[in-house]
Design a protein around this ligand. Structure first.
Ligand SMILES: Nc1ncnc2c1ncn2[C@@H]1O[C@H](COP(=O)(O)OP(=O)(O)OP(=O)(O)O)[C@@H](O)[C@H]1O
Ligand SMILES: [Mg+2]
Length: 329
């Protein structure tokens, strides 16, 4: 395994007003990532899917060592990320990169594209001006911002949304990393460019033997690109499996509900639709027992008190649900 995530937690402290501080001394936390474990193989595209606010980006940031976990461990190629000193983390940056969620926010509007893409090389040091230019032009070419010389001197506002997204991807590739966390790399762009970006990711995996953690809320693109998918709900992973298994034999009511929302091209093709009501729970006071229980049409009394753990139900297929209403032997 290239990446091993073990019992990972990230709790963010909630800022209180002066009055609130006087009324109560207890500290509150946003339980953004709450005890999740998964592994990613070399050359795998591993999907992390879930609703807004369920902790996907936080997981991604933890995986590249950008923020420190509250608890748990992350190993990259056998080396524990959270224990690394700054200097070692800088070395690791050559191998691990992240494509950030919002391409507009992650490019400095006052910095030319060439300059922005060259930043990771400059931070690493050891590259001459000439080498930097060559690498940046090559990265631009890889993401099909061609001719690269044309884009090198442009400012972000002179690029379309899709081109900006590709510039952000170019920046993540310029150090030739082994592993990339791609946080919603296609969410902000239109359908025609989406296919290009998805093909680019697939080609990088094949050509450069790269590994990806693909964060998305879009199951259709996860199905197209990923080998295995983890479904996240309110800071927890509720199901993990190979994509075909997950799409044809989902076990968790939440996975089933997410799949019901994906349009099916053939209207005769019948699927049992599960429409979930209610709101995404607060991560400050998450529901006891199974976090999905207040919205789950199959919840039993036990689900209100006992927290389910990931249980093996098939070949590399795990589900965290006590009643398992869809379980077929
Ligand atoms: N730095 C932070 N400080 C405090 N709370 C944070 C911080 N970063 C994230 N959170 C909270 O953690 C929770 C998970 O956020 P995260 O960005 O990981 O969700 P997400 O699944 O990526 O959502 P989206 O699909 O909208 O991008 C949210 O409730 C968010 O408000
Ligand atoms: Mg996010």
């Amino acid at each position: 395994m290239l990446l091993n995530v073990i019992n990972l937690k990230k709790y963010f402290p909630v800022e209180k007003s002066f009055i609130e501080k006087l009324i109560t001394k207890t500290k509150s936390f946003v339980h953004a990532v709450d005890d999740i474990s998964f592994s990613i193989r070399k050359k795998e595209i591993f999907g992390l899917v879930g609703e807004s606010g369920c902790g996907k980006s936080t997981t991604g940031r933890l995986c590249i060592g950008l923020i420190e976990p509250t608890d748990g461990k992350i190993f990259f190629d056998g080396c524990e990320i959270s224990s690394l000193a700054k200097r070692e983390l800088k070395k690791l940056r050559k191998k691990i990169q992240m494509i950030f969620q919002d391409p507009t926010a992650s490019l400095n509007p006052k910095m030319r594209i060439g300059e922005a893409i060259s930043r990771p090389l400059k931070i690493q040091g050891n590259y001459s001006k000439q080498e930097i230019k060559v690498e940046v032009l090559q990265a631009l070419d890889t993401v099909a911002l061609t001719p690269p010389e044309n884009f090198y001197h442009r400012y972000p506002y002179e690029l379309s949304g899709g081109q900006r997204q590709r510039a952000v991807i170019a920046r993540s590739l310029v150090l030739k990393p082994e592993f990339v966390v791609a946080d919603e790399p296609i969410a902000m762009i239109d359908v025609s460019v989406r296919a290009q970006i998805m093909d680019l990711i697939e080609n990088l995996r094949k050509g450069r033997q790269m590994t990806f953690l693909l964060i998305t809320h879009d199951l259709a693109s996860a199905r197209y690109l990923c080998d295995r998918i983890a479904i996240m709900y309110a800071g927890k992973i509720v199901e993990i499996g190979f994509k075909n298994e997950l799409f044809t034999n989902p076990q968790h009511p939440y996975t089933k509900a997410l799949l019901s929302a994906v349009p099916v091209p053939d209207p005769k093709h019948k699927i049992d639709r599960i429409i979930i009501g209610g709101e995404v729970p607060s991560l400050i006071n998450p529901p006891k027992g199974c976090r999905f229980n207040p919205r789950c049409p199959y919840a039993e009394t036990v689900c209100q008190t006992v927290e389910p753990i990931l249980d093996k139900v098939g070949d590399e297929h795990y589900v965290a649900c006590i009643p398992k209403p869809f379980y077929k032997k």
